[in-house]
Design a protein around this ligand. Structure first.
Ligand code: CO8
Length: 261
């Protein structure tokens, strides 16, 4: 467990909570933060038996206010390519984790912060959440996957408008655009994310993993390829103990006790 540094990672029961902890810079993504995120995603001991990952930002103001502008300001084109490549690799790794990743967005999620939320499967927004791709205001474009994942998540025209104007989007509008699942007003957004993680954790673990694989493939594959994958993963479920237990429990009118096998 890392409880110090710019990225904190700790298990809370069966949920891995990862917190970006660079409050003085509103959790902006520099090389150390990317390294910390990468390490958390690759920590087999932390992930072992986890049913979900919850990602959030430390402090009251920000999830992540973007890539670190001070660090980027002196880059040349080659350095910018390397930085974008590094960020994309880390975000890809996060997106490809076998369990659902839930973003608990507690404030600004701008630029690289919005892109980080886009790399998560589910996004919950606190009432003070603010999303946006303000890169054009800095004379650059999104570089950590924003142009690609935003289009896939909210559609090309809405993504284009956000990227072209760089305007900020508050929590309610983020939900109506499809950038966030819902606004959490009755409790801290982290608590709601943990509750959602636990709800998912009560389901058949193999089935949840395969669902994630199939849903993610839908954004990459053409429909025919996606349907073929879904068919094969559906069939694969029938070689698991979870499928037998889940269906037997339904028929016997009792809760399922999944083993994850
Ligand atoms: N990078 C570095 N430092 C930051 C960042 C950032 N993205 N955001 C905030 N900070 C720092 C501020 O400089 C300030 O530091 P200090 O106290 O030392 O002056 C501290 O955090 C607090 O910020 P503010 O005083 O500005 O707080 P406000 O509440 O007044 O404003 C805002 C909050 C509106 C979020 C404001 O800080 C802001 O506009 N931040 C920048 C947002 C932004 O433009 N983000 C996008 C950056 S570009 C990007 O993410 C590209 C990703 C792809 C990279 C590809 C690689 C090549």
């Amino acid at each position: 467990m890392s409880t110090e540094g710019v990225v904190l990672a700790e298990r809370r029961g069966k949920v891995l909570v990862v917190t970006i902890n660079r409050v003085s810079a509103l959790n902006a993504l520099n090389a150390d933060v990317l390294d910390g995120l990468d390490a958390a995603c690759g920590d087999a001991a932390l992930l072992n038996g986890a049913v979900a990952v919850v990602l959030t930002g430390a402090g009251p103001k920000a999830f992540v206010a973007g890539a670190d502008i001070a660090a980027m300001s002196t880059l040349d084109a080659e350095g910018a390519r390397a930085f974008a490549e590094r960020g994309q690799r880390v975000f890809d790794r996060l997106a490809a984790l076998p369990v659902p990743v839930i973003a608990a967005v507690n404030g600004f999620a701008l630029g690289g912060g919005c892109e980080l939320a886009l790399a998560c499967d589910l996004v919950l927004a606190a009432p003070n959440a603010v999303f946006g791709q303000p890169e054009v205001k800095l004379g650059v474009i999104p570089g950590f996957g924003g142009t690609q994942r935003l289009v896939r998540r909210i559609g090309a025209m809405k993504a284009a408008e956000l990227c072209f104007t760089g305007r900020n989007v508050k929590a309610d509008e983020a939900v109506s655009l499809g950038l966030a699942l819902r606004v959490v007003a009755d409790q801290p957004v982290l608590d709601a994310a943990l509750a959602l993680a636990e709800q998912i954790g009560a389901m058949g673990p193999v089935a949840v993993r395969l669902c994630k694989q199939a849903v993610n493939a839908a954004t990459d594959a053409d429909l025919r390829g996606g349907l073929l994958l879904e068919r094969d993963l559906f069939a694969l479920c029938f070689s698991t103990a979870d499928q037998k237990e889940g269906m037997a429990a339904f028929l016997q009118k009792r809760p399922a006790a999944f083993s994850g096998a």
